[in-house]
Design a protein around this ligand. Structure first.
Ligand SMILES: C[S@@+](CC[C@H](N)C(=O)[O-])C[C@H]1O[C@@H](n2cnc3c(N)ncnc32)[C@H](O)[C@@H]1O
Length: 316
């Protein structure tokens, strides 16, 4: 399975075949992570070590290069060979590896900081679209200045992948987050989410929706996403949306100087999103939607090993 996936890097740019490919890829990533977490969660870890274990498992995913594919298999083998009684070694190993490679937590924290500024104005709901295993929401929960505020937020992970959703529920439970929902969500069918949200969201509340490297997976996003978001805006007292996506190159028309997304080639090779910024501009000009741009940052996260991320925050 591994080989058939890694050999597919020159997949067609047509969004439909890519969709199948993306599903396959994340079924593999999240399936392995879920198995690993099932072993981890049987242990009596304290909260700090659970967070560490979560990062370690995420590190095993990290992306796409051969080096990282090895790492996921190595961790898997490590568990198979050592068994659960060696969990202390696992944790020590985790600390060492994470110190060497903090990219996922760093990327996640940069995006959360852009989305929530000083973490002292908690919304009532935080929804991540394409939230994977939900680790960004867990980090958001850890980041609010007041623990009481953080506890009162309802965290919603809207994710297409079943293994990702299953692991996300387990992580919320294991991290003792009580107010959460994990919902199936597909960017290609955005309106399906409304019905599910209507059972959860109370009217006239503050809602913050964010995306982190998930719209990247959709080569051509459909404008219906913005129509769906407008419905959510209409039942909320405030709706902010923060996109953290590798689309720096798309911002070029709004800036004097041409922009450099240093790993644009990689993004293009993977057929990543090509139209987020143009759809946002369309939604700004469309009186039926009427979004306003709050802030744009061409580079909220830059690293040699991962994709540059731009941050775009809008409101209604
Ligand atoms: C690079 S991962 C990022 C996950 C998460 N945001 C994070 O930071 O860990 C991309 C995510 O997009 C999700 N995704 C891919 N296609 C999707 C679709 N059509 N609808 C919703 N989510 C999708 C994948 O399942 C995966 O969880």
């Amino acid at each position: 399975m591994l080989n058939s996936l890694t050999n597919n890097s020159s997949m067609s740019l047509n969004p439909e075949p890519r969709r199948e490919y993306v599903n396959k890829k994340y079924n593999y990533f999240y399936g392995v992570m879920l198995e690993l977490w099932e072993m981890v969660s049987k242990q009596n870890l304290n909260h700090k070590n659970k967070l560490l274990a979560m990062d370690f498992i995420l590190y095993s995913w990290a992306g796409w290069s051969a080096e990282r594919w090895n790492s996921i298999n190595e961790i898997y083998d490590y568990f198979e060979k050592t068994g659960q009684e060696k969990l202390k070694i696992f944790i020590l190993q985790a600390e060492k590896i994470i110190k060497k490679n903090e990219l996922i937590p760093l990327q996640s924290n940069s995006c959360l900081k852009f989305a929530f500024d000083d973490f002292n104005q908690p919304p009532d709901y935080i929804i991540e679209l394409g939230g994977g295993v939900g680790h960004n929401l867990i980090r958001a929960n850890q980041s609010f200045t007041s623990a009481i505020d953080a506890k009162n937020i309802h965290y919603i992970n809207a994710e297409i992948n079943k293994a990702g959703r299953t692991l996300s529920s387990k992580l919320f439970e294991d991290m003792s987050i009580k107010t959460y929902s994990v919902l199936k969500f597909d960017y290609y069918e955005p309106f399906d989410l409304l019905q599910k949200l209507s059972k959860i969201l109370k009217r006239s509340k503050k809602i913050h929706i964010f995306t982190l490297a998930s719209i990247e997976q959709i080569t051509f996003l459909d404008y219906n996403l913005f129509k769906m978001l407008k419905y959510i805006a209409d039942v909320s007292s405030e709706l902010k949306i923060t996109f953290c996506e590798p689309v720096t190159w798309q911002l070029k028309e709004m800036l004097d100087k041409p922009l450099y997304q240093h790993n644009l080639e990689l993004s293009q090779k993977r057929a990543h999103n090509k139209n987020l910024w143009s759809l946002i501009q369309k939604a700004v000009a469309d009186p039926a939607i009427g979004i306003k741009i709050c802030k744009v940052s061409p580079s909220i996260f830059r690293s040699d090993k991962r994709l540059d991320l731009a941050g775009i925050q809008v409101t209604f």
